[in-house]
Design a protein around this ligand. Structure first.
Ligand code: ATP
Ligand code: PRP
Ligand code: NIO
Length: 489
């Protein structure tokens, strides 16, 4: 960086084209027109049956502080040649609109609006990049963590990924997202300080190497730390590492809490079983076995199938980088815009790829829950003026294969959108991270197991109301008519 700006803001954390488009809207007097944009993704990540939404807290902080600083404006003028009159407009711009959003920890599925932004065209356009940047990463990591936790079940998961995360921001926000997804602790101390996440850790091979022997290293560690987890695989796990941990623990007795040992290489199934036997025989039946080394949900499942005796899973690289699918692919699409007469008009994006055709109009999102069994029947997208909470019977049908349908009665329709920003004011109080985590955990009970399995889960229904579907078809036909008219000229 050529210099550090004391007034750096996040408004420039956007793609240049957003500012360029905004300039055109402004020059043509369209910038203040009302617009509705939605955030959604088209495919669930990791082949999972659900995702866990995360990122709202940071989005709200970003919107609250949204402004172009003096140095931002100077940069736009001096380096990118924006003109003074437009910069004067940017100088005064703040976020003044409304935002409806799912809450963090909510179960989210493909093709449903996670966030709805209703504000001026200019403001809505300028915030796109930051919103997607936040949602895409945090939701991806929360989902990966949840996937891992589904496999781990009752043992503890610690997040160890800071050294491999895609830079510092990703390390701490990733740790936070992983907690929402279900993990228990992080090794990143700053994440602990900023977000109140429990922080935990063991020690590295370097310490054993620095002291030249495990005996010296474990004693040195124990001298200053009451809770001890000794890393036992530096030279030979079964012949030196574990016996030394046991020896040191016996020598120190009540002076320490011999919490555990950590295995970080070799055959984890075999070594953990041997370690358990050795610890138990020495009377340390409560001592935990922590394992790490390139773990993810697949290795964990396999290790469990082999009968590995593991109490704590330390997971770094593959969680924090979402190793097997590095992007969620959430998008931000305009669905409605005010016309020159002050009326809202739906707008649609047509694509030869059916998947990419957007669903026009201002919409709401409900989760339909069967009152008898408490399980979710599916999610139901309606137009903004519909209210399924007052309906006795709704028809749910697949938005593409429409013949796949069912009538649902005796249900609760739960509105998944909370108004979080009103006229630019944040009106939502973020729950604690623990509450978000608990919410995500409890929500999973709404899903049948078929949607939760990590391999080839069933597709959870995300359906359009009849009115919403009709509106989409009408919009598609209108565009087709326009294309036909144009091409026949
Ligand atoms: N019993 C097992 N079954 C399946 N995979 C395992 C088993 N034990 C370990 N693994 C996994 O196999 C991968 C490679 O392990 P390997 O034993 O080669 O590590 P290592 O080379 O000994 O470790 P390092 O290179 O960190 O010293 C890791 O992802 C590890 O988690
Ligand atoms: O394997 P991960 O899931 O990313 O977990 C974090 C890893 O970080 C440490 O390794 P280190 O950076 O010392 O390198 P290593 O791979 O040689 O053990 C630790 O020993 C874990 O193995
Ligand atoms: O505390 C640990 O054991 C730890 C922390 C970060 C990375 N690997 C291990």
């Amino acid at each position: 960086m050529s210099s550090i700006y004391t007034d750096d803001s996040l408004a420039l954390h956007t793609d240049l084209y957003q500012i360029n488009m905004t300039e055109s809207y402004w020059a043509d007097g369209m910038h203040e027109r009302k617009a509705v944009f939605e955030v959604f993704f088209r495919n669930l990540p990791f082949g999972n049956g659900y995702a866990i939404f995360a990122g709202l807290e940071r989005i709200l902080a970003y919107l609250k502080d949204f402004h172009f600083s003096e140095s931002d404006l100077a940069y736009l003028k001096n380096e990118l040649d924006f003109q003074d009159d437009f910069l004067e407009y940017l100088k005064g711009i703040r976020f003044t609109g409304d935002v409806y959003s799912m809450v963090e920890g909510e179960l989210v599925f493909a093709n449903e609006p996670i966030i709805r932004v209703e504000t001026t065209l200019a403001e809505a356009q300028l915030i796109e990049t930051a919103l997607l940047n936040i949602v895409n990463y945090q939701t991806l990591i929360a989902t990966k963590a949840s996937r891992i936790k589904q496999v781990v079940k009752d043992e503890v998961v610690m997040e160890f990924g800071s050294r491999r995360a895609h830079e510092m921001d990703a390390a701490i926000w990733g740790a936070r997202a992983a907690v929402i997804g279900g993990i228990e602790a992080t090794s990143n101390v700053r994440a602990g300080k900023l977000f109140g996440i429990p922080v935990a850790g063991t020690h590295a091979h370097a310490m054993v190497q620095a002291y030249k022997s495990e005996y010296e290293a474990f004693h040195a560690y124990a001298k200053r730390h009451k809770n001890c987890v000794f890393l036992v695989d530096t030279y030979n796990t079964l012949k030196i590492g574990i016996p030394t941990a046991i020896q040191v623990a016996k020598e120190l007795g009540d002076q320490i809490n011999f919490v555990g040992i950590r295995l970080d290489s070799g055959d984890i199934a075999f070594l953990s079983k041997e370690a358990r036997k050795m610890l138990d025989e020495a009377g340390f039946t409560d001592v935990k076995i922590v394992v790490s080394n390139d773990l993810d949900e697949y290795t964990i499942l396999n290790l469990k199938a082999q009968g590995a005796k593991v109490d704590v899973w330390g997971i770094g690289t593959k969680l924090i980088t979402a190793y097997d699918q590095p992007a969620l692919g959430a998008v931000y699409k305009i669905v409605s815009i005010e016309n020159e007469h002050g009326e809202m008009e739906d707008t649609i994006k047509i694509s030869s790829n059916v998947e990419k055709v957007t669903t026009p109009g201002q919409k709401k999102l409900y989760r339909i829950i069967d009152r008898e069994n408490g399980r979710a029947e599916g999610d139901y997208i309606t137009m903004h003026d519909e209210d399924p909470t007052t309906e006795k019977r709704i028809k749910m049908f697949h938005p593409v294969h429409t013949f796949v349908s069912k009538f649902v009665t005796n249900f609760d329709a739960v509105n998944l959108h909370v108004k979080v920003v009103e006229n630019g004011e944040i009106i939502y109080k973020n729950p604690t991270l623990n509450e978000m985590r608990q919410y995500a955990h409890d929500n999973l009970d709404l899903l049948w197991d078929e949607y939760k399995r990590s391999l080839n889960p069933e597709e959870y229904p995300v359906d359009l109301s009849q009115k919403c579907w009709d509106n989409k078809m009408r919009n598609i036909h209108d565009i087709q008519d326009k294309v036909d008219e144009f091409s026949s000229k």
